[in-house]
Design a protein around this ligand. Structure first.
Ligand SMILES: Nc1ncnc2c1ncn2[C@@H]1O[C@H](COP(=O)(O)OP(=O)(O)O)[C@@H](O)[C@H]1O
Ligand SMILES: [Mg+2]
Length: 310
């Protein structure tokens, strides 16, 4: 099949205005080099504070956008909306799916109404006391549990509460970010991420952090996290996780590439934590590693993601 954007100028948009700017630059430079290696007329656009993205897209003659941004104003539907208004196709999920996936409260509501299992949860208002002194509302919630901001990524503001004295500080920390605070059951067991492209599961990875959980340090700073492709857990459990990951992707209305995060309990129950609609895409990121395990090299994956732009 001929590529739908053959001969068109590709703008790889990277950097951006979110806290994940540095990670995005790594993704963008990797993708740009891979597309150029494949012979594409690709240009990199570093969108930074004080610059106008629509103007940059026009100045570079962008015919299609490869979205290498992460986080707010990139992953949340904003850039997808801009591209849509400019009539420029953009990779990844559309406006609504991006916005829903970015918001953990909305994601959980969609999961629950579509039979996608997600940890039992409760929403604490963002306007509550900044010091978390409303912690007693959780007096009957069984320990351990997780407290996290509804709209962050990269494990920022996430706490695992094992002791009642930690509840107030955990709520206080999560309240520092915009949006509500989610309290949810801690799922002891295994962490699995599933790679999806165009509604098809490519495979999955079992993540074994050396830290207590897969926190910011384990994600970006340490090199002692183990990534097992394929996962070491039994095959039927992997298949169950992959099924629910795809159900979550479909329930949110995602398209193109995505990487849902799941936990599998010691009793073999699967829970979807979230769907990342713009996962890390450097050469050594998890989705490229999953693709490689089924024989799809990094430049080919970047090119196939480009083909999915809408
Ligand atoms: N309910 C949970 N049970 C066990 N671990 C969790 C739970 N929620 C989050 N975690 C841990 O925190 C990490 C980050 O949480 P996640 O919901 O994926 O948010 P983020 O958007 O920050 O990645 C997860 O990868 C996992 O290690
Ligand atoms: Mg996550």
């Amino acid at each position: 099949m001929t590529h739908p954007f053959l001969g068109k100028r590709v703008a790889v948009v990277m950097g951006g205005l979110s806290a994940e700017r540095e990670v995005s630059l790594n993704t963008g430079l990797g993708v740009l080099a891979a597309l150029q290696e494949k012979g594409w007329d690709a240009v990199g656009i570093d969108w930074k504070d004080g610059t106008s993205l629509p103007k940059l897209l026009e100045d570079h003659g962008a015919a299609v956008v490869w979205n290498a941004l992460h986080g707010t104003w990139g992953e949340d539907g904003a850039v997808q909306g801009l591209c849509s208004c400019m009539r420029i196709p953009c990779t990844g999920s559309g406006i609504l799916a991006s916005a829903l996936a970015m918001d953990k409260v909305m994601s959980k509501r969609i999961f629950e109404s579509n039979g996608v299992p997600t940890p039992r949860w409760r929403l604490l208002s963002h306007d509550g006391p900044a010091d978390g002194s409303d912690a007693d509302t959780l007096a009957d919630w069984p320990l351990p549990f997780v407290v996290k901001p509804a709209n962050e990524g990269s494990s920022v503001g996430v706490s695992i509460v094992e002791d009642r004295a930690q509840i107030a500080p955990a709520i206080a920390m999560a309240r520092k970010f915009h949006g509500g605070v989610i309290v949810e059951d801690y799922i002891a067991g295994t962490e699995v991420f599933v790679g999806i492209l165009d509604g098809r599961v490519l495979g999955s990875v079992e993540v074994r952090p050396a830290t207590k959980f897969y926190d910011y340090e384990a994600k970006y700073k340490r090199n002692d996290t183990k990534y097992l492709i394929p996962p070491e857990i039994e095959r039927p459990l992997v298949e169950k996780a992959e099924k629910y990951a795809l159900d979550a992707y479909n329930a949110l209305g995602c398209s193109g590439h995505a990487r849902p995060d799941l936990r599998i309990s010691q009793t073999g129950d699967v829970f979807v934590l979230e769907v990342n609609t713009l996962p890390g895409m450097t050469k050594t990121s998890l989705l490229p590693k999953i693709a490689k395990s089924i024989g799809m090299d990094y430049p080919t994956l970047c090119e196939q993601i480009l083909a999915s732009a809408k």
